[in-house]
Design a protein around this ligand. Structure first.
Ligand SMILES: Nc1ncnc2c1ncn2[C@@H]1O[C@H](COP(=O)(O)OP(=O)(O)OP(=O)(O)O)[C@@H](O)[C@H]1O
Ligand SMILES: O=P(O)(O)O[C@H]1[C@H](O)[C@H](O)[C@H](OP(=O)(O)O)[C@@H](OP(=O)(O)O)[C@@H]1O
Ligand SMILES: [Mg+2]
Length: 366
């Protein structure tokens, strides 16, 4: 079928039902309508050619990839259909292009990309990590040592986006604990950061910083007499990430221990955040990103611990207006602007140090 020739633009979208609810698709639809854009919900169980043509497709198919990786045939069929449609319709702008989305499906691949992109940066890093697929304690101990991973570590399922199990994690304090976590997993060095997480929400050329609660500081056992790092029998701490770093998270795991409360939290520097956003937009060629950053309490360096495609954008002001601005920009100028430009950050935040944010302080200075 030919490209939509009517005067109004047509945007096809697909999110899973949970996201449709959470994201507020009705608001998006109303904003699109006000801007002369027809928003069409795509049915992944019917031929896409019968549902188009689309000027742009807005999607979060990461969950379908996760299900397909888990041998879900229906999801695999939907993914094949979606990919074939995109190949056949180069005139349709895809937000976001699949090559970048693919790089965010598996945590080990995401972390390797982060390592490559920031390995020479003096202020930005990603924690060391190791991929584990065995329960052999000695083997795992050697793997984490070779990868310069330090305890405590955070064990995370290799598969990132999609499904509750993708967010089941653990803080592990010793090699024995490594052999208990569900495999395959990544073991990422834990970075003490004063229980403050900076979520960078990217919408093409604009981005916002939202401050969130985060895991408190953890220490692998240290011998009180000699200060050596004795890998003690500290119990593994299991958690679900959806309970520790949401705006309303109240988990005890996010309450700093008394000994850590006096620590002065560093003043976050928007210029460093800007460098992170610019670099990752260039690396991934994506517009819709959630980048999780912590500031290392010991070094003051900025640690990128996670990158997500199409996040919640919770607390981002005027979200739908910004998103529709982006849709219009991409439909009018499909070739993404040279992403080497410094993304204009519409809100240059000035931070007050957040002591122990219990709710989203939604940094917003205007
Ligand atoms: N290496 C780390 N050092 C310190 N804290 C960490 C580390 N990795 C994860 N965390 C803590 O665990 C939380 C969840 O980690 P992560 O963002 O990797 O999980 P996720 O399930 O991908 O989260 P999301 O909800 O963003 O998809 C982080 O917000 C942070 O509080
Ligand atoms: O509030 P945030 O943006 O932290 O929550 C996101 C989360 O970071 C992940 O992006 C989730 O996606 P999956 O990794 O695919 O589970 C988002 O879930 P979604 O249903 O909104 O896509 C969370 O909102
Ligand atoms: Mg995260």
């Amino acid at each position: 079928m030919e490209q939509s020739t009517g005067k109004h633009k047509v945007v096809g979208y697909w999110f899973n039902e949970q996201k449709c609810q959470k994201f507020g698709v009705q608001d998006l639809e109303a904003t699109c309508r006000r801007r002369g854009i027809q928003l069409v919900k795509i049915d992944m169980n019917s031929p896409l050619d019968d549902q188009g043509p689309f000027d742009l497709v807005l999607h979060k198919v990461t969950v379908l990839y996760a299900q397909a990786l888990n041998n879900n045939g229906k999801a695999a069929n939907a993914i094949n259909m979606f990919e074939n449609y995109i190949k056949k319709h180069p005139e349709t702008f895809v937000m976001d292009p699949l090559p970048g989305v693919h790089k965010l499906l598996l945590r080990n691949q995401t972390y390797e990309l982060l390592h490559q992109r920031f390995r020479y940066d003096e202020k930005i890093f990603t924690p060391t990590y190791a991929e584990l697929s065995s329960r052999n304690v000695k083997e795992n101990a050697e793997i984490v040592k070779q990868a310069s991973v330090t305890f405590p570590v955070v064990c995370k399922p290799v598969t990132g986006g999609g499904g509750v199990e993708a967010h089941e994690m653990a803080v592990v304090f010793n090699e024995m604990g490594l052999s208990e976590f569900r495999l395959p997993c990544v073991a990422q060095s834990f970075i003490n950061h004063g229980a403050v997480l900076y979520k960078l929400f990217v919408l093409g050329p604009v981005w916002f910083v939202i401050v969130r609660p985060s895991l408190k500081n953890f220490y692998a056992g240290v011998d009180g007499c000699f200060g050596f790092n004795t890998l003690t029998e500290q119990e593994t701490v299991y958690f679900n990430s959806s309970n520790v770093s949401k705006a309303d998270s109240q988990s005890p795991l996010t309450q700093l221990d008394p000994g850590d409360m006096e620590d002065e939290l560093p003043k976050a520097d928007p210029a460093v955040f800007n460098r992170i956003v610019t670099n990752l937009r260039e690396a991934l060629n994506m517009d819709l990103l959630g980048i999780d950053v912590v500031i290392d309490s010991n070094t003051g360096k900025y640690g990128i611990i996670d990158v997500n495609a199409f996040p919640s954008y919770d607390s981002v002001p005027n979200l739908m207006e910004h998103l529709v601005d982006l849709l219009v920009m991409r439909m009018d100028h499909p070739a993404p602007e040279s992403i080497k430009q410094t993304p204009e950050n519409k809100k240059i935040p000035t931070f007050t140090t957040c002591d122990h944010p219990q709710e989203d302080s939604g940094v917003d200075t205007g």
